[in-house]
Design a protein around this ligand. Sequence first.
Ligand code: UGA
Length: 435
Amino acid sequence: MKVVIVGSGYVGLVSGACFSALGHSVVCVDSNEQKIETLKAGGVPIYEPGLGALIKTNIEQNRLAFSCDLEGAMKGADFVFIAVGTPTRQGGSEADLTSVYSVASAIALTADDGIIIVTKSTVPVGTGEALEGIVRAARPDLVFAVVSNPEFLKEGSAIEDFMKPDRVVVGCDLPWAGEKMKALYEPLRAMGVTILHTGRNAAEVIKYAANAFLAIKISFINEIADFCEAVGADVAEVADGLGKDKRIGRAFLNPGPGYGGSCFPKDTLALLATAQSHAVNLRVVESSISANDARKRGMGNRVVRALGQSVRGKTIAVLGLTFKANTDDMREAPSLDIVTSLQRLGARVRVYDPKGMEQARQYLRDVDYTADPYQCATGADGIVVATEWKEFEHLDFVRLAALTKHAAIVDLRNILDVRKVEAAGFELHRIGSPR
Ligand code: UGA
């Protein structure tokens, strides 16, 4: 089957590479010529484990191509996926659908009968219907369907999430289009994956509800972590105890400095905005948003409290900048709030991240960028672990302690081995734990 994917960002590239790996013929289209040239030359504009190799193999097998020419790509296409960005609207909280609508208009002009237009971008409920209106107005006689097929890809494990998903959601109100979508995902179904067919509006809601639920879960465990700290319990033990209950589950119960990234903050806000426009109160979602904002803003003070002294005139080393490990993405990263509040409190901040240094330069001012964790910690009055990079677990803590001025670590991700770190002479502070 021939698949066109419009938008070669994170979701578009991962989906394109994976559909081609499933045996489909895929063209990824983007209006950014430089990006397309990079991809054609074998480069990958984002960091995602395994993506470069997957793209390379499928280009070699002639199943994957890149182009700026939508009209050319659309020839003979069975499916066209819209995978462009839906950022928060400037000055508002709802999703900005400008790119989605303009892509739909361009598709309408070039599509052949039988085309299935699929939204992969995260779009508010009702967008499928609006897109149908746009295409219908431009091409009254065209035979087409608009289907919602949301993605549940986590940065850092996106390929695995695509190839071995918990489910694939296909939201479609036309049986013929549902059948074609089934055929598209047949290779995954054959591997045992559940393809869940729903109404289109339901699929659009599922995407936001899933992200909101996960965000709420994180906010919940973050508050329980604060409670554990106050009463002398260990939140990891509490999370394990909760997680064994199948109705709750252990995933996404890891406390931290607040959730970030390009999805949870944006999607919870957009969900709230859509609900408000329908006069529905989503108080739990609203609380998660404000709890998370407060958590991120409060992390600088949390670090100061842990270190037990003012940071004015002190040097703090921040290890990890990206919003989570295995990505170079800095969007809405908690480290941004941590660094700026430490600076506001008078600290000099030195930073290190395995993959995010280049992007961090676009976000952070007046920090010292360092080449590795040891350089970062040299002469520091305290170390903060802000992202759960694996390499931080395996540092030489004896060497690290010798380099610091004051051997103290605030582990905001609870990744470090307590015994190893304390044996090296560090004073260790964790989230939601009595120590
Ligand atoms: C999230 C969802 O997990 C995906 O299912 C979804 O497809 C994606 O958004 C999207 O809408 O495109 P992502 O933002 O890549 O994926 O990252 P997550 O792994 O979900 O982490 C989000 C944030 O929550 C990170 O800041 C992470 O550190 C934090 N988090 C996650 C915690 O603080 N604790 C946890 O237990 C889990």
